[in-house]
Design a binder for this molecule. Structure first.
Ligand SMILES: [Zn+2]
Length: 305
């Protein structure tokens, strides 16, 4: 959909802007950004705003979302969900514990929404943290108990909602230590739909949050495991960027595998971080993915342990 307005992820906003003048603050972005909707099938929509992409299921059992964006976006997308025919959100599955995917929980909690996530995502949300994005350090608070996931799992969990089987799959450390692939199995004419959170980024290079247990090899393994579970007609939702499919996820795995091999070979030869940066290992992808500084730093750190 060319008319779709896709908002740059928060993780990229810290990087030098291609536009002249001051980059907008997060508050200005939240104030100025409207929710845009992409329909996937009846009762299934993706909402773009500020923060991670939201998947919404509306139907006879009510509303389920995947991720909750920033607190300031909640009134906006609650209005959108009402326009889609939905009411209060029964469940929100958090793909991981980063603020741009979970802060909205604080606003949803009084509605009685139940939060579901991997146990390590709950742990990440339970203490104040500084997220090391390399190009900036972002603080997130310990979220109050009512905004933390009350339902957690370790390897796999299955939900049934609005006629869909929903599998929550954790493969291992990837973007963080607590990532979930949310897989809505095919139903009727609707193909399989996967929300991969920030394990899959289509708005730049992935951020490997090494300080929160993230791992580059784990991102590759996580995506390969999901690819093996879905067919070529699957719809794949990245944490940031446009809704994609099997082909884009496979290309992403190929890119990351090539980058891993290049950087790992340099690490094995004793190269310093500065030498890895100077060798421009990401050059073929920089036009489409943007500034690689944060990725190279975190990939080097991940492979040098
Ligand atoms: Zn994240």
């Amino acid at each position: 959909m060319s008319s779709l307005k896709v908002v740059a992820p928060l993780l990229l906003l810290a990087m030098p802007s291609a536009f002249a003048g001051q980059a907008p603050t997060r508050e200005e972005q939240i104030r100025d950004t409207a929710i845009t909707v992409q329909k996937l099938s009846d009762g299934l929509n993706v909402l773009y705003g500020v923060g991670g992409n939201i998947l919404v299921s509306t139907g006879p059992q009510g509303v389920l979302t995947v991720d909750s964006q920033f607190a300031g976006m909640v009134p906006k997308y609650k209005a959108t969900i009402a326009e889609l025919g939905g009411g209060a959100i029964v469940y929100t599955i958090n793909t991981h514990g980063h603020f741009d995917h979970v802060e909205g929980n604080t606003i949803l909690a009084p509605d009685g929404t139940r939060f579901v996530a991997h146990e390590n995502a709950r742990e990440l949300m339970s203490m104040p943290r500084v997220i090391n994005l390399v190009t900036q350090q972002a603080s997130q608070p310990a979220y109050p108990e009512e905004a933390r996931p009350s339902i957690t799992y370790s390897r796999e969990m299955r939900m049934h909602f609005n006629g869909r089987q929903i599998d929550l799959v954790h493969v291992g450390p990837a973007h963080t230590a607590g990532d979930t692939a949310v897989i809505l199995r095919a139903s009727g004419s609707s193909p399989t739909v996967v929300h991969l959170g920030d394990v899959f980024n289509m708005a730049g290079y992935p951020f490997i949050d090494v300080d929160s247990g993230g791992d580059l090899n784990g991102v590759i393994n996580f995506c390969q495991t999901v690819l093996a579970q879905i067919g070529p007609d699957a719809i794949v939702i990245p944490g940031h960027g446009k809704v994609s499919g099997y082909k884009e996820l496979a290309e992403y795995v190929a890119m990351l595998t090539a980058l891993r091999d290049r950087i790992a070979a340099l690490v094995a030869s004793g190269a310093t971080l500065e030498q890895v940066i100077a060798s421009k290992p990401t050059a073929p992808w920089d036009d489409s993915r943007g500034n690689p500084a944060g990725f190279i730093n975190r990939a080097y750190t991940s492979l040098n342990r």
